[in-house]
Write a protein that binds this ligand. Structure first.
Ligand SMILES: *[C@@H]1O[C@H](CO)[C@@H](O)[C@H](O)[C@H]1NC(C)=O
Ligand SMILES: *[C@@H]1O[C@H](CO)[C@@H](O)[C@H](O)[C@H]1NC(C)=O
Ligand SMILES: *[C@@H]1O[C@H](CO)[C@@H](O)[C@H](O)[C@H]1NC(C)=O
Length: 199
């Protein structure tokens, strides 16, 4: 019992540290030494684009640091958002697998999530590869349609994990927060892919 409490407590702390450090990292990356962003015009592009998604805050928080790569290019914006979603989903999967190891008591319920988030990683990976190698012209519409289908599937996998996750208490809060975050990142990527595909 005591071990279990300590485990949950440590877990919450780790997540808080992760969240806190990622916020600090973003602040530092965007506004070095409190100065204004280097290129307000392109940062404005990311901000404006994020405002059109369902999750403007998480969008801007996760993408503003790629200002110099994205510039004002819809294709690069979609690719970067998808890459961010993929990387975060991949990390979430590793985190869940570790949790499974540390806390075998909850394996039954976690293992479904591990499977679903694993599927999500797979879908996002092939989307990323297809989008990165896509070109305008012949087959563009088909390629974009594949990417849209696969990212939607990833989003569904994330949602299924949240819906099916049948564990109470702090573990649930942690896992829910983690999966909500990757689902939102996938949703943001999908919005930018739709926008690029329709341009
Ligand atoms: C995702 O991770 C890969 C491998 O670590 C890295 O090369 C890439 O830059 C990351 N993507 C983003 C958008 O940070
Ligand atoms: C896209 O492909 C190029 C070369 O094929 C590679 O260098 C780059 O890292 C890829 N970008 C992403 C976001 O996967
Ligand atoms: C959740 O788990 C409990 C036992 O741990 C079980 O009785 C219940 O049916 C499960 N609910 C769902 C929706 O799987």
């Amino acid at each position: 019992m005591k071990n279990k409490f300590l485990y949950s407590h440590n877990l919450i702390m780790i997540v808080q540290i992760l969240i806190f450090s990622s916020i600090r990292y973003n602040k530092i990356a965007c506004y070095p030494l409190g100065a204004s962003p280097t290129n307000p015009k392109t940062l404005g592009y990311i901000k404006k684009s994020c405002a059109s998604t369902l999750y403007p805050n998480i969008c801007y928080e996760s993408l503003s640091r790629y200002e110099s790569t994205v510039k004002s290019n819809p294709r690069t914006l979609a690719l970067t958002a998808l890459s961010v979603a993929f990387n975060n989903t991949n990390s979430a999967l590793k985190f869940l697998k570790n949790m499974q190891k540390i806390n075998p008591g909850e394996v039954g319920s976690l293992s479904e999530c591990v499977e679903e988030v694993g599927d999500s990683v797979y879908e996002l990976h092939r989307s990323l590869s297809r989008l990165n190698h896509s070109e305008r012209g012949y087959n563009f519409v088909v390629q974009m349609s594949d990417v849209q289908t696969w990212v939607s599937a990833a989003l569904t996998d994330d949602d299924t994990c949240i819906d099916d996750f049948n564990v109470s208490g702090k573990t649930k809060i942690v896992v829910r927060g983690l999966i909500l975050r990757i689902a939102r990142l996938a949703s943001v990527a999908l919005a930018f892919i739709n926008n690029y595909a329709g341009v």
